[in-house]
Design a protein around this ligand. Structure first.
Ligand SMILES: O=C(O)c1cc(=O)[nH]c(=O)n1[C@@H]1O[C@H](COP(=O)(O)O)[C@@H](O)[C@H]1O
Length: 279
């Protein structure tokens, strides 16, 4: 099954557009675990147990593991999700991007070492840096397009004088990803929930690509505006333009007490429902 098919299946099965981001930060762990990076797996596993029936995807962020010398726990977590929630696709948020020969190693890291179903990439270095990932035919490859952070403006909003119509960089990227770069149908795009107008613009230029939309919750993005701008459904009720709306900290750290998993579940339910009510 391809990533897109997995995603559609999980979204249908769980009636959810929500992706829970797994960004374990030891200083925010509850009680006796606080400050202990050795608990990263256990912390995330409890979150997975508490939310796996509420989500269309999980998204572990690699830096939270690598920064704590906890890559082995990320491997453990990926295997745990595959075992306990096999219906939920896992997007490894790695934001890689490098020349082809190095990209091959990054692809092995994402798809062999960590067994991810999809990976996030930075497209800054061009198509030849993305192509090695596309050799893994059933995997999703999600390119940064219009990111949620304020500094996204610095480059992504600039106009390209040499391209007909002088599109902004993010618009050009969306056009490439929907068209000439999507040689294998594996591409998706990242668009921040903090910029609903640009989500709508990306959806216009890339009507069928899966959009990974982080920024609801801690970054203040509007769930309803996100759904209206990004989700596309045909008259028969079938999704033609899927969205994956990520929330990390608002779910993970809903409580700093021993009830963190129950609190995470409550926030995940509220967020899932807010997304669904805007469909
Ligand atoms: O690729 C991403 O996931 C990503 C892209 C983007 O534009 N903005 C963004 O916040 N992210 C990631 O999405 C997550 C957002 O986390 P919260 O703000 O805690 O929900 C983090 O893991 C970020 O690294």
């Amino acid at each position: 099954m391809t990533f897109t098919e997995q995603l559609a299946r999980a979204a249908r099965l769980h009636d959810s557009l929500l992706c829970v981001g797994l960004d374990p930060e030891p200083s925010k762990f509850p009680g006796a675990w606080r400050g202990d990076p050795e608990r990263s797996f256990e912390f995330c596993a409890r979150i997975v147990d508490a939310t796996k029936d509420l989500v269309c995807a999980f998204k572990p962020q690699i830096a939270y593991f690598a920064g704590q010398r906890a890559e082995a726990q990320l491997e453990q977590l990926m295997a745990y999700i595959k075992r306990t929630a096999p219906e939920v696709p896992v997007i490894l948020d790695a934001k890689r991007g490098d020349i082809g020969s190095t990209a091959e190693q990054y692809a092995r890291e994402a798809f062999e070492r960590y067994q991810a179903d999809a990976v996030t990439l930075s497209p800054f270095m061009g198509f030849d840096t993305i192509e090695p990932f596309l050799r893994w035919r059933d995997k999703g490859v999600i390119l940064l397009c219009r990111t949620s952070n304020p500094g996204g403006n610095d480059l992504q909003m600039q106009r390209l004088a040499d391209v007909p119509g002088q599109p902004r960089l993010f618009e050009h990227l969306a056009t490439l990803a929907q068209g000439p770069w999507n040689t294998t149908g594996q591409l998706g795009l990242v668009v921040g929930a903090t910029f609903p107008e640009e989500i709508a613009r990306v959806r216009e230029l890339a009507p069928t690509l899966p959009l990974l939309i982080p920024g609801v919750g801690a970054q203040g993005g509007d769930a309803a505006a996100t759904v209206r701008a990004g989700l596309r459904v045909n008259p028969a009720g079938e999704t033609t333009g899927p969205i994956i709306v990520n929330s990390s900290r608002a779910v993970l750290y809903a409580s700093s007490g021993d009830d963190f998993a129950q609190a995470a579940r409550r926030v995940a339910i509220t967020t899932r429902d807010a997304l669904n009510s805007a469909r």
